[in-house]
Design a protein around this ligand. Structure first.
Ligand SMILES: C[S@@+](CC[C@H](N)C(=O)[O-])C[C@H]1O[C@@H](n2cnc3c(N)ncnc32)[C@H](O)[C@@H]1O
Length: 451
């Protein structure tokens, strides 16, 4: 029997759903985060359960052939919090596909659904257009970074591999000024100190919005001066805010976002539609891959022209707006009010008139729509990770809707819902995974269900 803290040598057989490696020690399953198939590793056991244990890498004895070249990196922190960072990019795509196949078989009970190759990212690094980093102090110096696994200790890296390069540059320059000015850092235990988080949003024209999040009730001139100095150094900064957050909360942005300088929003464009991005707006973080994902999803519809389509879990209505160019009418149903309001505004600015924005839960509002007798030809679902409520799927089927396109950021709940939909009489031929989050084990999938 394995014991906690025991050091063992193990060979990794495969990567399982969730992204961890799996090997066997005397026939007992051991999960090892950050490991690669065919790795031979010295690991330290950190927990032992009835039927499996988990261990962390102490040393790479022999590296699997799909491991990245740098063998000095072994921990989650070494890979800057990227749980797939140890895999070469082509191998990341291979294992993401295998994970989707696995859940479609095991959870979806769908043996005959083809899983296509994952659409990989042209740029697997520096793809994030939104960065939020907490401030901390280390050896008397102001740092920013990300939290260590299961901890509130901040971990700093010189050049974050997922952040936009412009975002990294801005944060680096800002820290120089803040260190010189000796601004205090927020301490969550004491609920004192000023600097909480820095948020940088960038667009595809390489313009940036800077939001400094501080523990204060008003913006003193000192902080405005610091931000002006930063802007004078980096010409791509087009918009500056200070967010006031004096609550005891893990949520970064405060309720008041004070506009300091420049434009109130930065702009982004998808398919000819112009979006205004303000500090609070929801916007997909990997733009090129989002465009590809939307493209796959929309092309799955047999025919959009003159159709009545529901965009369920619509966020700010991005997909609804693209569909609205050809569809007769689109209903965009979204729970979060500010996202609905952002959508209304963007539609007005783009002179789109055939979208009805509906604020509320899909489970209630779709039912209302159908019961009201409004025509609905097809639905596109893009739910959060927990997937779709069964009653919404049943109602969709009962109302005679013959075509559903389903985008999901969680292949497991997608597979669960796919099983329900097939029981309700829908067919699905293929699943298309899209890599929205290179470096991580997350995969986005999209599929079309039809009767
Ligand atoms: C994955 S996002 C979809 C984003 C959008 N389709 C896009 O591409 O920008 C899921 C959205 O569902 C919303 N949501 C969560 N639960 C909901 C519910 N029960 N009813 C309606 N919307 C919900 C969330 O607020 C979030 O905006």
């Amino acid at each position: 029997m394995l014991k906690k803290n025991q050091i063992i040598e193990i060979k990794i057989d495969k990567i399982v759903n969730g992204g961890e490696g799996l090997g066997y020690y005397n026939d007992f399953a051991v999960f090892v985060p950050m490991s690669v198939p065919n790795d031979i590793l010295k690991i330290k056991i950190i927990s032992v359960k009835k039927s499996y244990a988990r261990g962390l890498i102490e040393e790479i004895v022999e590296a699997g052939e799909e491991r990245v070249e740098d063998r000095s990196k072994i921990t989650f922190e070494d890979f800057q919090g990227c749980d797939f960072g140890m895999l070469q990019y082509s191998a990341q795509l291979k294992y993401k596909k295998l994970m989707v196949e696995d859940v479609m078989r095991k959870i979806g009970k769908l043996e005959n659904v083809r899983v296509n190759d994952v659409l990989g990212s042209v740029e697997p690094y520096h793809y994030r257009n939104k960065i939020i980093e907490p401030f901390s102090k280390y050896n008397g110096e102001i740092i920013t970074g990300f939290f260590k696994r299961k901890s509130h200790d901040v971990f700093q890296v010189e050049e974050n591999i997922l952040n936009s390069k412009l975002g990294n540059e801005i944060i680096r320059e800002l820290k120089k000024i803040l260190n010189r000015e000796k601004v205090s850092v927020y301490d969550e235990k004491e609920h004192s100190g000023i600097l909480r988080h820095i948020m940088v949003r960038t667009n595809s024209k390489d313009e940036a919005m800077v939001v400094l999040i501080i523990n204060a009730t008003k913006v003193e001139k000192r902080y405005k001066d610091i931000l002006m100095e930063l802007k004078n150094k980096i010409g791509q900064i087009k918009s500056i805010y200070v967010s006031l957050n004096n609550r005891r909360t893990n949520f970064a942005l405060g309720e008041k976002n004070i506009f300091i300088w420049g434009e109130k929003s930065i702009k982004e464009e998808i398919d000819g539609i112009h979006f205004n991005i303000s500090p609070k707006s929801f916007f997909q973080i990997n733009l090129p891959q989002t465009k590809r994902l939307y493209n796959v999803a929309i092309n799955y519809f047999e025919n959009i022209e003159n159709k009545y389509i529901v965009d369920a879990y619509s966020g700010t209505g991005t997909i609804a707006m693209i569909l609205s160019k050809k569809a007769k009418k689109v209903y965009a149903i979204e729970l979060v009010e500010s996202a609905t309001l952002d959508g209304v505004k963007t539609a007005q600015e783009n002179e789109i008139e055939n979208i009805q924005f509906i604020n509320g839960a899909v489970e209630d509002k779709m039912l209302e729509l159908i019961n009201r007798g409004d025509k609905v030809d097809a639905v596109i679902f893009d739910p959060p990770r927990k997937g779709i409520e069964e009653k919404s799927l049943i109602k969709t089927s009962e109302s005679g809707i013959k075509e559903i396109v389903y985008i999901s950021c969680n292949p497991s709940t997608f597979a669960r819902d796919a099983e329900i939909l097939t029981r309700l009489g829908y067919k699905i031929d293929e699943v298309q995974p899209v890599d929205m989050f290179p470096g991580t084990s997350h995969t986005e999938v999209v599929g079309r269900f039809y009767k």
